[in-house]
Write a protein that binds this ligand. Structure first.
Ligand code: ADP
Ligand code: ADP
Length: 217
């Protein structure tokens, strides 16, 4: 369960990106986050991942206040979260396999089991057979899939995706959303942001709509 309790976030300079938000996301829900550029979507997801700290209020993951957690325990919490963020860059000095393997190396995962996981994740996103390629040779859509494989390879229980369908044509965007749906079907809690709400309409899921850091109806 993810809980926001009267969360506000002001950036240095005094800009209020998130204003007094309270809401909950139960385990296993797939939720969309809509809103124009600058509405606060990335900030909300970063607060959820513990990348940004609230200026006031509390963000709780399974009852634990992220801001009260010690520096040492935050990485353990992060292991349960998969992130697909625009500023998480693909590394072009290594091949597709090694890019997806990265999160497992950080955890210190067993080598053989790690290899199996990486190949399973690549297979899942439709990149089987491309593991030895340099990511530069992948199309934009394939690079997005690579980011998704990297985000799920450690089997997170929460997946946060910041505008994963930006810059993709609508057929391709739907393929990506179907992929998220398949993770949802195995029990993963998922938040997906997008400024284009029309994509979300077909899915019959809850849509949180942000405007100037607050929810609208
Ligand atoms: P969205 O993801 O909906 O486009 P963001 O959460 O990125 O919205 O941004 C919300 C507001 O906070 C914007 O006005 C943005 O300029 C501001 N903002 C975001 N990150 C920072 C930052 N690191 N420092 C200062 N202002 C920021
Ligand atoms: P296999 O089913 O071949 O044993 P895995 O168990 O490694 O393969 O994972 C199955 C697929 O589901 C993988 O692509 C994995 O990345 C994806 N997945 C992502 N998150 C989860 C999760 N939290 N639980 C289960 N599977 C997940």
């Amino acid at each position: 369960m993810i809980q926001f309790q009267q969360v506000s976030k002001s950036y240095p300079g005094g800009f209020d990106a998130i204003k007094n938000l309270s809401f909950e996301v139960p385990d296993g829900e797939l939720v969309f986050l809509a809103g124009h550029s600058g509405a606060g979507k990335s900030t909300l997801l970063k607060l959820m991942a513990g990348i940004e700290k609230p200026s006031s209020g509390a963000v709780l993951l399974n009852g634990q206040n992220l801001a009260r957690m010690s520096r040492a325990s935050l990485p353990f919490v992060r292991r349960h979260i998969g992130l697909i963020f625009q500023d998480h860059k693909i590394l072009y000095d290594r091949n597709v396999f090694d890019n997806v393997r990265l999160p497992l190396d950080i955890i210190g995962f067993d080598h053989a089991e790690g290899r199996r996981r990486v190949l399973a994740a690549l297979d899942k996103v439709g990149l089987a057979g491309k593991e030895k390629l340099n990511p530069i040779s992948l199309s934009g859509g394939e690079q997005q899939r690579l980011c998704i494989a990297r985000a799920v390879v450690h089997r997170p229980s929460i997946l946060l995706a910041d505008e994963p369908t930006a810059n993709l044509d609508s057929d391709y965007a739907h393929d990506i959303l179907e992929l998220f749906k398949s993770f949802h079907q195995v029990g993963v809690t998922i938040l997906i942001s997008a400024h284009d709400e029309s994509l979300m309409a077909d899915y019959g899921r809850r849509i949180l709509r942000l405007k100037h850091g607050q929810f609208t109806a």
